[in-house]
Design a protein around this ligand. Structure first.
Ligand code: AMP
Length: 420
């Protein structure tokens, strides 16, 4: 038997309904806030990600699915969506008509991480990005959207964690203070962090290894190094989150390792997922559009881990099960040919009707109708046909009525809609 690739998974009926609820709820919320859907390819030239995510990150160093295509060009299955959306914003000169553009997209990402619960090699994200707005109110809007989405999905145990990363004016001072601290605790750090210490010191702050967490307990906080502009910016974010009654905690460990990230960064965390507590992460990445060859436009955005969000929603409420309102039990070839045309017409009317394509007994067909949860069964056999009628059985009350087959789709439609 051929099995799927390790770290990949099928999302089957029974589970997909929850995903659809999450996706629809998110899309309709984002549309209400003026975001437009964008669909970008799942593959890009490798440099799109190498340049934007950064050569020194785990993603680019060891997690990307990169391979030469048949002409030898290096292409990569996208490990995240932001870089592609920025590439698209620049390529189509979307900033020319209006630098302010708001997008969302939903789709699969690929990272060759160690598979474990909540971590897959193909996973799904919902991305939201705002281009062209430097105001911290754009960051507030994003955090507010995330909180609203969680509440619409009935997720209570979730909180925004926020931090500021400063800007190119104030971060170098902080980086220096951090480097000094890291040198002092070097012997307590894990091997990865010792390497990161010089190449990407900020990332040591969010290392999950317990000994590193302990060693970093007294590390200097970036919030003590913010310049006046960054301080006002962060105060505005907190002030408006308070005004909008969004619960948050300030988390000085929350960082992004790359230079183009600036100011507000945030994560939505929950206690219900065990180790993988982040359901969404985001922040301001003002330098990225320029870095990828576009104009100097600010930008901010987030990525929701859809697998994790669907897992939480699925564990809280049963997935809605779709049942066909009507099942046609057709007997004999004539009955089946008639029934098949009816189910096509029912489908066109927006009513799902199932039938049996074999030549099974009425009893077997009734059993299947029951298993599918059909509210009505429309019985049609040679006898009924010769009399120009069919029998409609209400499965709950067991009541049966005779219905003329002339215009039957509309007649049945009326009966089931009267039932409410
Ligand atoms: P990131 O793009 O790394 O900031 O991740 C954003 C969100 O995507 C995280 O908060 C997770 O919920 C989700 N995520 C990231 N990596 C994975 C993965 N390998 N499997 C499942 N979800 C993931």
């Amino acid at each position: 038997m051929i099995q799927l690739i390790r770290g990949f998974k099928d999302i089957l009926p029974g589970e997909i309904e929850t995903w659809q609820v999450v996706e629809k709820t998110a899309a309709s919320l984002f549309e209400d806030f003026g975001f437009k859907e964008i669909r970008i390819p799942i593959m890009e030239r490798t440099e799109v990600f190498a340049r934007s995510i950064g050569e020194d990150t785990d993603i680019v160093e060891k997690e990307m699915y990169t391979f030469p295509d048949r002409k030898g060009e290096l292409i990569t299955l996208r490990p995240e969506a932001t870089a592609s959306i920025v590439r698209s914003y620049i390529q189509h000169k979307m900033y020319a008509s209006d630098p302010v553009q708001k997008f969302y997209t939903i789709g699969p990402m690929f990272r060759r991480e160690r598979p474990q619960k909540g971590r897959y090699r193909q996973f799904y994200q919902i991305n939201v990005e705002i281009f062209g707005v430097a105001s911290p109110l754009a960051d507030v809007e994003l955090i507010f959207l995330l909180a609203t989405l969680c509440s619409r999905l009935g997720i209570e145990d979730v909180k925004a964690h926020i931090n500021s990363l400063g800007c190119p004016a104030c971060r170098p001072d902080y980086r220096q203070a951090l480097a000094k601290y890291l040198a002092e605790v070097d012997d307590k750090l894990c091997a990865d962090c010792r390497r990161r210490r010089t190449r990407n010191p900020l990332r040591v702050l969010d290392c999950k290894v317990p000994s590193c967490r302990e060693a970093m307990a007294d590390a200097p906080s970036i919030l003590d190094y913010l310049c006046d502009d960054c301080r006002v910016d962060f105060d505005t974010v907190k002030d408006f989150l308070d005004k909008l009654k969004v619960a948050y905690v300030i988390d000085k460990r929350l960082v992004r390792g790359l230079d183009y990230y600036a100011r507000t960064t945030f994560e939505m965390q929950t206690g219900v997922l065990g180790a993988q507590s982040a359901v969404a992460g985001g922040g301001r990445y003002d330098g990225l559009v320029k870095l990828l060859g576009g104009p100097d436009q600010p930008a901010t955005g987030f990525a929701i881990g859809l697998d994790r969000l669907a897992e939480i929603v699925g564990s809280q409420q049963a997935a809605p099960v779709k049942k066909p309102p009507v099942y046609v039990a057709a007997l004999g070839e004539k009955g089946q040919h008639e029934a098949f045309q009816w189910i096509c017409r029912f489908g066109m009317e927006g009513i799902n009707v199932e039938m049996d394509f074999g030549s099974r007994s009425l009893k077997a067909q009734m059993k299947r109708a029951d298993r599918l949860g059909a509210a009505y069964v429309l019985i049609v056999g040679e006898n009924e046909l010769s009399q120009g009628s069919a029998i409609l059985r209400n499965m709950a009350t067991k009541e049966q009525v005779e219905i003329p087959i002339d215009n039957i789709v509309n007649r049945v439609k009326e009966i089931i809609s009267n039932r409410g």
